[in-house]
Design a protein around this ligand. Structure first.
Ligand code: SF4
Ligand code: SF4
Length: 444
């Protein structure tokens, strides 16, 4: 029996428009835009110059800073520009623009490294770093950083196949169509981390994916396959750890502090490909769906492809979208400029008609307590909202604002449709700004 995590909500999963759609490879566009910031840490520095010819899979940028992961050319061609371009985070960021020569000429460094058995853990970790892999479930933490921080502390490795966000089916399709890549990636992680327990966790609304993985595993195996109830946010790291192991990650602590490391299924597959083919992270699977999309699909897309071209590949919009999101409807970010490119951590693009948007709320808290009951992190979203609006930063700290995982369960359940998550994100930024001011001596 799984250990149930606290709180959570049960949104309609809305996955039926794409759950049966096989992954299609989207031909790469004429121009690829590669932001230098596609990971949690500081941006990379380009190592190429304008006019330089580049091959597919060639490393074009890197940074020695912790939290950064190198960037690779996702097509062959030449560097057309190195300049600020729109990022899906809404800001302009330094990007390398590559004109695609249409040849997909492979970089000479790309070749298989050998079997997992023949490579030692240190070598495998270097391969993961060199491949520029980051958390493809949305976290964008470089995978080598995550593995390194779990090294020596981790007795349980969990592969996260929950994909609990509505609409998204990219992980589902991957588990169904390439289960051996997921299992192969887990084998690499097991070799590096030597855990006592290795688990692949899948939500109960993906039974076909569960079966595909089960058939891939031999009858007697050291890998456990676990089906968990579909409940949002089952795929959030701390909640998943609770469901699989019964362990609670305390406030302000991280999974390795309770002996766990969690990796998304697509991240595992990318690790497998990096080791067995030498190919760095140059593409990812994206669900394109929502009521304004003509023909929802799952696409395998080169990183750096403009969002507008990805939507165009699904037949465009059936009507003018009223809202476009990168990521799922619970945690995704609104997009206003479709020239921005696909980044490593983005697993879905959603476009909604006006009729499909929830009605505007009253923005009045009726103190029903539903947000408190839904919060999986035991926070008080209603109070966080109130204190953020009043700039009461000390209270925000006391109520552990920083522990909010921005899952959106509170906003989803709130009858007044208060912008709770938005307010919490703003509150986090206020705390950062306040800390900076204090460090600079501007606040007494
Ligand atoms: S307060 Fe944060 S963690 Fe709690 S439900 Fe809201 S978004 Fe999720
Ligand atoms: S769910 Fe909304 S209305 Fe109810 S207590 Fe929370 S903030 Fe107030």
């Amino acid at each position: 029996m799984p250990h149930l995590f606290r709180g959570g909500v049960f949104p309609d999963d809305k996955k039926k428009s794409t759950r049966h759609k096989q992954i299609e490879a989207l031909p790469p566009p004429e121009r690829i835009i590669l932001p230098m910031s596609m990971h949690a840490g500081p941006p990379c520095e380009p190592s190429v110059h304008t006019g330089q010819a580049v091959a597919m899979g060639q490393m074009i940028a890197d940074s020695a800073a912790p939290g950064s992961a190198p960037v690779h050319a996702t097509v062959s061609g030449f560097v057309e520009a190195i300049e600020p371009r729109r990022h899906i985070n809404g800001e302009e960021g330094l990007s390398v623009v590559i004109f695609n020569d249409g040849k997909d000429r492979l970089d000479s460094s790309i070749r298989p490294y050998g079997s997992v058995e023949s490579l030692d853990p240190g070598r495998l970790l270097k391969i993961v770093r060199g491949a520029g892999i980051v958390g493809l479930g949305g976290g964008a933490v470089p995978t080598h950083t995550k593995i390194a921080s779990a090294g020596g502390k981790c007795d349980t490795v969990i592969i996260n196949g929950c994909e609990c966000e509505p609409y998204m089916t990219s992980d589902h399709r991957l588990m169904l169509e390439a289960p051996e890549e997921v299992v192969g990636g887990l084998r690499v992680l097991m070799k590096i981390l030597s855990p006592k327990r290795a688990v692949i966790a899948v939500e109960s609304n993906k039974k076909e994916a569960y079966e595909a993985l089960r058939h891939t595993l031999p009858g007697k195996t050291d890998i456990e396959l676990k089906m968990l109830p579909a409940r949002y946010p089952q795929g959030s790291e701390k909640q998943l750890i609770r469901s699989v192991t019964g362990r609670e990650v305390p406030a302000g602590r991280q999974p390795p502090d309770v002996g766990c490391a969690v990796f998304n299924v697509d991240t595992a597959a990318a690790i497998h490909r990096a080791v067995t083919t030498g190919m760095p992270l140059i593409r990812r699977i994206v669900t394109v769906a929502g009521s304004a999309v003509s023909n929802p699909k799952n696409l395998s897309v080169r990183i750096g492809t403009p969002i507008s071209e990805i939507f165009a590949a699904t037949g465009g919009f059936r009507e003018k979208p009223a809202k476009i999101l990168t990521g799922g409807p619970m945690m995704g970010a609104a997009q206003y400029d479709l020239s921005a490119p696909l980044v490593k951590s983005c697993g879905s693009l959603l476009a909604f008609s006006a009729t499909d948007l929830p009605p505007a709320g009253t923005e009045i808290c009726i103190r029903c307590g539903k947000c408190v009951a839904a919060c999986p992190m035991k926070l008080l979203p209603n109070y966080l909202y109130m204190y953020e609006r009043k700039d009461r930063l000390e209270e925000l700290k006391k109520l552990n604002l920083q522990d909010c995982v921005e899952c959106g369960a509170c906003s989803y359940i709130c009858p007044g449709r208060l912008y709770l998550v938005h307010s919490i994100r703003t509150g986090k930024q206020k705390l950062i700004d306040d800390k900076k001011k204090r460090e600079e001596g501007q606040v007494g």
